[in-house]
Structure formats: structure tokens, C-alpha cells
Design a protein around this ligand. Structure first.
Ligand SMILES: Cc1cc2nc3c(=O)[nH]c(=O)nc-3n(C[C@H](O)[C@H](O)[C@H](O)COP(=O)(O)OP(=O)(O)OC[C@H]3O[C@@H](n4cnc5c(N)ncnc54)[C@H](O)[C@@H]3O)c2cc1C
Length: 474
């Protein structure tokens, strides 16, 4: 579409996919990214010649277009990684996915019997009661209370920071397969089905997830697009139901207001609404204010040797604050300069501003080293000194899918639908707990919609990014 101009807030997977598609369709493109590098939560950060994702980022999709898009931008240099993951429960490690025999041996026959009895009891109750409203009810109904208590509760509450009875059942239905041992156990105990999270293989760019987004940004620039880094969007002006301009602030504190023709935003949904001027009605602002986001701390260490063979290990053990540890050497050898060391991330979840968030980087590095050692892994760097490292803080990385969120989103979405030239896309942009493939799909489809090449609704792209095959709405 000649003459059209698309401005995009955010240079993560959604924003860059949108920019790429808009450029392909002939629009002038401007991406405004507040970070100093592109890739958003899927960026890869370099430290002392080692490469770290923001928590492990495997790529998996059921959507051919999205897969081609990803591989194409990785320059064909994508590894097929055989997945090796375990779960730490108490002081034991369980292979994931589980096998019935190993699980039974690990848990002991008595615990297995209790789980099976409670599963059978839940089966008898199934159908007799109301559909479950909360995550806890959903899991208990599906797998039995014992399995919920043993495998689901601690890990889920570590990640989300709220009781399982406050987490929405729709999140369980959508993401149960992402939770680990519970789904794996159900799988091991006979409910065998295609489970995305249990896929044996995944794609991984040789130099980290973020290398794909660096490549997209380079192509965009080569095609004449502006990709501005270190530049935050602070305000979005509107005239009724059209957005008209954005105000940005760069790293030197310089503010600039420039007109926008069409605007796509992958900034957190509540940030976008808060930036609008004049502001949305009170009830819409109240709905935004009720949305909660969980934050993520990636404590990154350069550890001597290769302390564990897994890609990552889920830490269900309640005595440890870490939720997961990952070893990028086991994703790609190019993540470290040689075989002497491994780039490791120890992941913590918190709310921005809480006691964990306020810990200094040094205190977090000490905690991560101590917890690695408590798990039986070396936390020493080359030469035996404590492993060197750094912390990446991601405020608001996880939209909290609590029991009330759907009503709030419905109110916000209804109000936003009046805008013909403003479209939210991406993970926190749409307040969805989703992966790169989904973010890319919302960007591609959003750009087509913006430029009149279809009428795709990014809100309707599902977690498998399957909207293109399922919808073909245009
Ligand atoms: C710990 C962790 C592990 C994950 N593991 C996986 C995995 O294994 N596989 C997978 O596929 N996905 C994984 N994901 C999810 C994946 O990172 C996201 O789905 C993806 O990055 C979402 O892309 P996005 O563009 O929608 O959002 P983001 O990546 O959040 O990008 C949004 C961008 O907008 C910018 N921005 C926000 N506000 C403004 C503003 N006001 N002005 C300018 N810029 C702004 C941000 O700086 C950011 O760069 C994981 C995420 C996390 C946090």
C-alpha cells in the first residue's frame, strides 16, 4: 500500500514481525524500542563472550508461515535440539517427560497409589459438578488433589505469586501442558496425546534466540525502515477514535512529538492505555489498573565446565526460591567461547517492587550461586572463584491470568475496537501468556489488517499461532 506509514511500539518478536510485513506490503516503517537492543523478552544478551537468553527460549510452532519466517531470519543457521529436561522435586530429579516406571521408582509405591486413588476419585466426581472456575479446581478435577498438591501447587505459586485458587481455569486449560510434571505424569499414566511442551525437539538459532531479531532489524534498516533504540514512547495523542501522534523520549532525555498514520503497539496493554491522551473513560482505566503482571529475574552466571546436561530443569522444590535453571551450552555450543565454561541462568519470579525485586544484583548473584550449589551443581567459575555474572530484570514479563482478567480484557478490547488506526499486538500487548510464535503471528496478521490486506483479529490468534490456517478471515 503506497503512501501508508506504520509506526510500531516495541522491537520484540511481535513488533519486528509487524514491521517486516508492513515493509513487505510497501509501507514506510518506524519501530520505536526503549531497550538498547532488539528482541524484547526474546533477546540474547552478551556478557564476557558468553550469550544468554532472558530465560531459555526454544522455538516451536505448528504454523508453517511462522516457522519459515523464523528460520529464514536465522539465516538457515538453526539447530534442531533434542530436548533434555528434568524436574527437581524435593531433592530428587525426575526425567521429563516421565516414564511410569521411573516415576513410580522416584515417588515410591505408596505415593503412586495415593496419586492414582485421588485421580480415580476425581474421575468419579467429574461431570457431577460445575465447570471449574479456578486453576486449582481445574487441576484437581483433571488429575486429582494429590497430584495437584505434589506437583502443581508449589511450582505454580512460585511462578505466579498468587494462590492457585486465584488463577483462572482458562489459563489451566490453555497452558496445563506447559506446567511440567503434572502434565507429564498424566501423559505417563496413559493420557498420551500430542503435547506441545513435551515435543522431543525444538529449533534454536546457533547464536541464541535474539539473533533472529537482530537479523530482522538489519533487514528492516537495509530496506529503509527506522528502528530506533533507547527511545521510549511516553504519550499517544488521539482525536476521538483515531490516534494522531506519539511523543518519544530518547536516551539524552530529548522529547519529540511526531504524527502517526497507523500505530501498532506491543507495549504492555495497560501502558498503552495509560499513554493515551485524552485518556480513556474511567471504567476502561479501572480495568487496566486491575491487570497484574508478574516480573522475571534472570540471574546469569558463567560456570566452569558443564554442570548439568539438561537444557533446563524445573525447580519444584519448595525449599528453593529458584523456579528454573537453564544451561545455554546445551542449546548451542556457540553460546560460549569454548568448552571450559557454560552460560547458566537461574530464574526467579516476583512482582516489580517487592522484596525479591529490590534485592541488589550482588545479593541475587549470591542467592543463585548458593541455590545452584544446594541443587548439587557447581557455582564456581574458571579457576574456582565464585562464578561471575549479571542480572537481567524484566518488569511485567508475565500477564497474570487471574480469575478476573477476562472481564477486564473484554472491557478494554471493546473500547479499543473503535480505533481504525490503532492495533495492539504481541504478548503483553494483548495480555496473553504466549510464546514467540504467537507474537510473530500477531505481528504478521496485525500488519496485514492495518494495511487493508485482510481483517485479522490479533486477539484471536491462539497459542499455537494457528489462526492463519484456522481463520483465513480475509
Ligand atoms: C523467562 C521467559 C522464557 C520464555 N521462554 C520462551 C520459550 O521457550 N519459547 C518461546 O517461544 N517464547 C518464550 N518466551 C516468550 C517470548 O519471550 C515472548 O512470547 C515474546 O518475546 C513476545 O514478543 P513481543 O514482541 O510480543 O513482546 P516483548 O518481547 O515483550 O517485546 C516488546 C518490546 O516493546 C518494548 N516496549 C515496551 N514499552 C515500550 C514503550 N513505551 N516504548 C518503546 N518500547 C517499548 C519493550 O522494551 C520490548 O522490547 C519466554 C518469555 C520469558 C519471559
Amino acid at each position: 500500500m503506497g503512501g501508508a506509514a506504520v509506526t510500531i511500539i516495541g522491537g520484540g518478536p511481535a513488533g519486528l514481525a509487524a514491521a517486516h510485513e508492513a515493509q513487505r506490503l510497501g509501507a514506510a516503517v518506524r519501530v520505536v524500542e526503549r531497550g538498547l537492543q532488539v528482541g524484547g523478552l526474546a533477546r540474547t544478551v552478551e556478557f564476557a563472550n558468553h550469550r544468554f537468553d532472558v530465560g531459555p527460549h526454544r522455538f516451536y510452532t505448528t504454523n508453517d508461515e511462522v516457522r519459515r519466517f523464523f528460520i529464514d531470519h536465522a539465516g538457515g543457521d538453526v539447530l534442531r535440539v533434542r530436548r533434555l529436561t528434568r524436574i527437581r522435586l524435593g531433592a530428587r530429579y525426575f526425567d521429563y517427560p516421565l516414564t511410569p516406571v521411573a516415576t513410580a521408582l522416584g515417588l515410591g509405591p505408596l505415593e503412586c497409589l495415593r496419586i492414582l486413588a485421588s485421580y480415580a476419585a476425581a474421575g468419579l466426581r467429574r461431570g457431577a459438578s460445575q465447570p471449574p472456575a479456578t486453576f486449582e479446581d481445574w487441576v484437581v478435577a483433571a488429575f486429582g488433589r494429590r497430584l495437584f498438591e505434589v506437583f502443581f501447587r508449589t511450582y505454580t505459586e512460585k511462578v505466579w505469586g498468587i494462590p492457585c485458587r486465584e488463577i483462572g481455569a482458562d489459563w489451566a486449560a490453555q497452558r496445563i501442558r506447559g506446567l511440567g510434571l503434572g502434565a507429564a505424569l498424566a501423559n505417563a499414566f496413559g493420557q498420551r496425546r500430542a503435547i506441545k511442551t513435551l515435543a522431543d525437539e525444538f529449533l534454536y538459532p546457533r547464536r541464541g534466540a535474539g539473533s533472529v531479531y537482530e537479523a530482522i532489524a538489519a533487514r528492516l534498516r537495509a530496506g529503509g525502515a527506522a528502528v530506533e533504540l533507547g527511545c521510549i514512547v511516553e504519550a499517544v495523542d488521539r482525536d476521538g477514535s483515531r490516534v494522531t501522534a506519539i511523543t518519544t523520549r530518547d536516551g539524552q532525555g530529548r522529547r519529540e512529538t511526531r504524527p502517526v498514520d497507523r500505530l501498532m503497539s506491543s507495549a504492555p496493554l495497560s501502558d498503552l492505555l495509560a499513554m493515551l491522551s485524552p485518556p480513556p473513560p474511567q471504567d476502561v482505566l479501572a480495568a487496566c489498573g486491575a491487570l497484574r503482571y508478574r516480573s522475571h529475574l534472570a540471574v546469569n552466571l558463567i560456570v566452569a565446565g558443564n554442570p548439568f546436561p539438561d537444557n533446563w530443569i524445573y525447580v519444584h522444590s519448595p525449599d528453593l526460591r529458584a523456579a528454573r535453571i537453564a544451561n545455554y551450552r546445551n542449546f548451542s555450543p556457540d553460546m560460549a567461547p569454548d568448552e571450559a565454561t557454560s552460560p547458566i541462568t537461574v530464574e526467579y519470579f516476583c512482582f516489580a517492587g517487592d522484596a525479591t525485586w529490590r534485592m541488589t544484583d550482588d545479593a541475587l548473584l549470591d542467592l543463585a550461586r548458593a541455590e545452584l550449589a544446594a541443587m548439587g551443581f557447581s557455582a564456581a567459575g574458571p579457576g574456582g572463584a565464585p562464578a561471575a555474572g549479571f542480572v537481567v530484570r524484566s518488569a511485567g514479563a508475565y500477564p497474570v491470568i487471574d480469575v478476573a482478567h477476562a472481564d477486564h480484557i473484554a472491557a478494554i478490547r471493546a473500547w479499543l475496537s473503535q480505533f481504525a488506526n490503532l492495533l495492539p499486538i504481541g504478548r503483553t500487548g494483548l495480555f496473553r501468556y504466549n510464546n514467540q510464535d504467537h507474537a510473530i503471528a500477531t505481528g504478521l496478521l496485525g500488519a496485514r489488517t492495518m494495511l487493508g490486506h485482510g481483517r485479522f483479529d490479533p486477539w484471536q490468534v491462539n497459542i499455537d499461532a494457528a489462526y492463519i490456517e484456522a481463520g483465513q478471515a480475509a
